[in-house]
Design a protein around this ligand. Structure first.
Ligand code: SF4
Length: 482
């Protein structure tokens, strides 16, 4: 009953310009209180950055409501899912997490990333998944179902990220991922897609489901996208975005930053175009991680000084332009650092072969879902391989996660593999962990790969160390000295 009243009030407030303004102010205050005032553990500047990001997300979402890019049904479903976090339910949820911790000695991860298929209709340069159009590698539907049901029932999570390959190509046992979204209608799915297969019919179906948001890959403007993804791709993506807007499905964009498109990502025009003109609600940025020793992959990597410029651009986006942008390597303060290795508040990754990896960008695994299930085990067991435990021990030592967020190490270099490669090779990667591809196997013993990444990390440390001390830790020191 309370939920029905809440929904009615919310809809009423959204129905005209003045009450929307009032709602935005109220919600903005609520976010500030939740992220800044009610958190007495995390360093101040990181809390402020979290608030700025969430306030930007709210602003972008409400702007899209105003433009009519969010259908009533989607709005209702998202609000219902948010209400799952209302006070009494939150208490029940916390109790379940505590029970998990008592039983297994750690909290469960918040979500997983699952790639059910390797197949993709594009063949992009430097793709982390090395996807290709002819790959038949995929998880059967009953396996996808079992994994998600375990995440739902055992981890008590209501959030799953779907990646690929191209998820809209997935078909198994006569079903697609839309059947999964329908079956788990109390969960929310973020789906990375190349966006070329979102027809008006698919967009309509997503709207009626109401629990999915596609994050559509772009590389920049037409020239950048077509260069990396193939001629004509940009145009198809624009049509998909139009289909999503027409159907009222909220969407974001996902961008792989490379040495080639970094300059585009430093321009206001790029953000204005996708947020204001195309109606994106959020943007996730991933900087290309070289997997394998090909010099091509290293040439495509964003060099450290450009990465720093992208960091400043990200700050500008969430503080001045109020665009909800998060950059997986530069926005480490939003997530208390690295979220891999199944840490509390974090995730792990399962690919199309069922291999369980600490992160999409850490291509090594110990456990496999088929083996676990055949041996009467579960996903919980995968949390306790040496690889996962080593990663969490490093996170804990460096103040990632919730270990000691009041005096963390440099969260501007959060990545366990990319930003701390020497440590990754020496203290995290185990002999028993296998590479998920030939390139990953090659990289683990390749001296040139090691040297290049370590040099990158040293350079990054020089560039970000002072910023971290002066712009993030100084406030803490001054407060401590009072
Ligand atoms: S390993 Fe790197 S990319 Fe993966 S979650 Fe940690 S910081 Fe992010």
């Amino acid at each position: 009953m309370k939920e029905i009243i809440f929904m009615k009030v919310l809809q009423q407030l959204l129905s005209n310009k003045f009450s929307r303004k009032y709602l935005l102010k109220k919600l903005d205050n609520y976010i500030y209180t939740s992220f800044v005032e009610n958190d007495d553990k995390t360093i101040h500047k990181a809390k402020v950055r979290k608030y700025q990001f969430m306030a930007s997300l709210l602003r972008c979402a409400l702007q899209n409501v105003e433009k009519g890019y969010l259908s009533r049904n989607v709005f209702k479903r998202i609000s219902q899912l948010m209400l799952t976090n209302s006070y009494p339910r939150k208490q029940r949820y916390s109790k379940k997490l505590e029970e998990f911790k008592t039983r297994y000695g750690k909290y469960p991860p918040n979500f997983i990333v699952l790639s059910p298929t390797k197949a993709c209709n594009l063949n992009c340069t430097g793709c982390y998944a090395s996807s290709d159009p002819h790959s038949g590698a995929k998880l059967p539907y009953h396996m996808v179902d079992r994994i998600i049901s375990e995440v739902h029932d055992t981890f008590h999570s209501n959030f799953v990220v779907i990646s690929g390959g191209e998820p809209f190509l997935y078909k198994s046992e006569g079903k697609t991922l839309l059947d999964i979204f329908e079956e788990y209608n109390d969960m929310f799915f973020l789906m990375y897609t190349n966006g070329t297969l979102i027809t008006p019919e698919i967009a309509k179906k997503l709207e009626s489901l109401g629990n999915v948001t596609p994050a559509v890959s772009v590389e920049g403007f037409e020239a950048d996208t077509d260069e990396r993804r193939g001629k004509g791709t940009h145009k198809k993506i624009m049509e998909s975005l139009e289909n999503l807007r027409n159907a009222g499905v909220p969407f974001g964009i996902s961008v792989t930053a490379t040495s080639k498109n970094a300059d585009t990502l430093l321009e206001d025009e790029f953000y204005d175009y996708f947020f204001n003109r195309q109606g994106a609600t959020y943007m996730w940025q991933f900087q290309l991680m070289p997997i394998g020793r090909s010099s091509n992959a290293f040439d495509l990597m964003v060099p450290p000084e450009k990465r720093l410029k992208l960091y400043r651009k990200w700050e500008e986006c969430i503080t001045q332009k109020k665009y909800s942008v998060a950059d997986f390597w530069n926005s480490g303060v939003l997530s208390n650092g690295c979220i891999a290795y199944g840490r509390r508040g974090g995730y792990f990754y399962i690919d199309w072969n069922g291999n369980i990896m600490p992160c999409v960008f850490v291509p090594y695994y110990v456990d496999n879902v088929y083996e676990l299930y055949n041996n009467g085990k579960s996903l919980v067991d995968a949390l306790f391989s040496d690889l996962m435990k080593n990663g969490r021990a490093w996170q804990s030592k460096m103040g990632h996660g919730y270990a000691h967020p009041d005096h963390p190490d440099n969260w501007l270099m959060p990545c366990s593999i990319r930003d701390h490669y020497d440590n990754f090779r020496r203290n995290i990667l185990t002999e028993t962990a296998a590479g998920e591809s030939e390139e990953a196997e090659e990289a683990r013993n390749d001296e040139e790969y090691y040297r290049k990444l370590v040099e990158y990390d040293q350079e990054l440390e020089k560039l970000t160390g002072d910023i971290w001390e002066q712009e993030y830790m100084q406030y803490e020191k001054e407060e401590a000295g009072k």
